[in-house]
Write a protein that binds this ligand. Structure first.
Ligand code: C2E
Ligand code: CA
Ligand code: CA
Length: 384
């Protein structure tokens, strides 16, 4: 468990002073004076405490408070300023009314000793556990949110879609990756609730992008257990209709192991999803033990070569052979092939030359907040 302090101040010296005191109090510290950087760090680093200067010529402190509130920040907030007490109090009220946890105010200048005492009092003490109750709370409170990783066409670099990847914004632990709580959700019966918030957020976001003229195929990950719920296909389809998102523009990703689930209900759900128009993708292909007969019987539209093979394909002949075989298999079966784990230009070139349709990976873009996608896309010129 770490205490993470984000300092926003345009006065470099004062910011550095607060940073130094906070480091001595045991905080990890990030310091910024730019609004865009602030927004990115607040979202991705998930600070436990934000120290915010109200008076900055190029930034509006109240605006930043509004941003934190809109993003459901769980950080405690310290408002700092040299302005008089009444302005500080008014700003504090604005924050509280927006549902923020305003922990206090600091009038500049402040003595190191007093600041340290204040910061010590604002540390989160007990590490909150990632247990079933906490996860149920997080789902109910809207603390789960999605980041999106672009999928691009390997033929011409065009933006094809984005995969929604869930994260947990946890007050004490920061941003918790899905590997740390999906198994918990599966074991505790929370996975249906979890997936519901995931596909609801994803489809609402897809609608927002469409309104901005960004037409994307959005991919959603489902757990094998979700397939056992009889109403699943109807639930997702209803949501698409409600938000006027064509079902054809949504891809459901299930892992190879899940797709090979022999239960009749799983096959039933997959078939109904296809009948309703959804695209179906087999994720992490090559890690399970699928039989080709079974693959042929499944109503899938896309195969994702597991990223471990893609990452290794430059150095391992076996990995290269697997990547090539899966791409060929997809082509021969009339399915879309996707290479995940493209970390460098070399990976990109290799899979593109093998005729893979789509690519995804850190070398193209890391998962990002929905709002950042438009900006990333403007800067993306395809692999060189
Ligand atoms: P996945 O579906 O195979 O998603 C790809 C994972 O690989 C993501 O990790 C992504 O950030 C990471 N990744 C992408 N490109 C690269 C790369 O170039 N290099 C490396 N090293 N990694 C890369 P993330 O977001 O931590 O997700 C992990 C897994 O958690 C996902 O694997 C998926 O199985 C599961 N997951 C994520 N979101 C959901 C969800 O909403 N529902 C369910 N049921 N599972 C989810
Ligand atoms: Ca996936
Ligand atoms: Ca995968």
């Amino acid at each position: 468990m770490t205490n993470r302090l984000l300092i926003v101040d345009d006065e470099k010296e004062f910011g550095a002073f607060v940073a130094k005191v906070a480091l001595s109090a045991g905080f990890k510290v990030k310091l910024t004076s730019r609004p865009q950087e602030f927004e990115a760090v607040a979202a991705e680093w998930n600070p436990t405490l934000v120290a915010l200067d109200l008076q900055m010529p190029e930034m509006d402190g109240i605006e930043l408070l509004r941003h934190l509130a809109a993003n459901h920040s769980s950080a405690r907030i310290l408002i700092m300023s040299g302005v008089d007490g009444r302005v500080l109090d008014a700003a504090k009220r604005v924050g509280v009314e927006r549902g923020l946890d305003i922990a206090g105010t600091i009038t500049k200048p402040v003595r190191a000793k007093d600041l340290k005492a204040m910061l010590d009092g604002l540390k989160i003490q007990a590490p909150d556990r990632l247990d079933e109750n906490a996860l149920a709370q997080a789902i109910a409170n809207g603390d789960l949110f999605l980041q999106y990783q672009p999928k691009v066409s390997l033929r011409d670099g065009a933006l094809h879609g984005a995969e929604a990847l869930v994260r947990w914004r946890h007050a004490a632990q920061g941003l918790v990756p899905p590997d740390q709580f999906i198994p918990l959700a599966e074991a505790s019966g929370l996975i249906d609730d979890l997936s519901r918030t995931v596909f609801t957020q994803a489809i609402i976001q897809q609608r927002k992008w469409a309104e901005q003229g960004i037409d994307l195929q959005v991919a959603i990950n489902l757990s094998p257990l979700n397939l056992h719920r009889e109403s699943l296909a109807d639930d997702i389809a209803d949501l698409c209709h409600e938000h006027t998102v064509p079902t054809e523009r949504t891809t459901i990703e299930i892992t190879e192991t899940a797709a090979m689930d022999n239960a009749l209900q799983a096959l039933d759900t997959l078939t109904r999803l296809r009948l309703k128009g959804f695209k179906l993708s087999i994720d992490d292909f090559g890690t399970g033990f699928s039989s080709l007969t079974r693959l042929q019987r499944l109503p899938v539209t896309e195969i994702k070569v597991d990223q471990s093979f893609v990452r290794e394909c430059l150095v391992s002949r076996d990995a290269f052979a697997i990547v090539k075989t899966v791409i060929d298999l997809a082509r021969n079966m009339g399915l879309t092939s996707v290479a995940e784990g493209i970390e460098t230009n070399e990976h990109y070139q290799v899979v593109a030359e093998l005729g893979c349709d789509l690519g995804q990976g850190y070398g193209i873009a890391k998962p990002m907040m929905a709002d950042s996608l438009g900006l990333w896309w403007k800067g993306w010129r395809g692999a060189t």
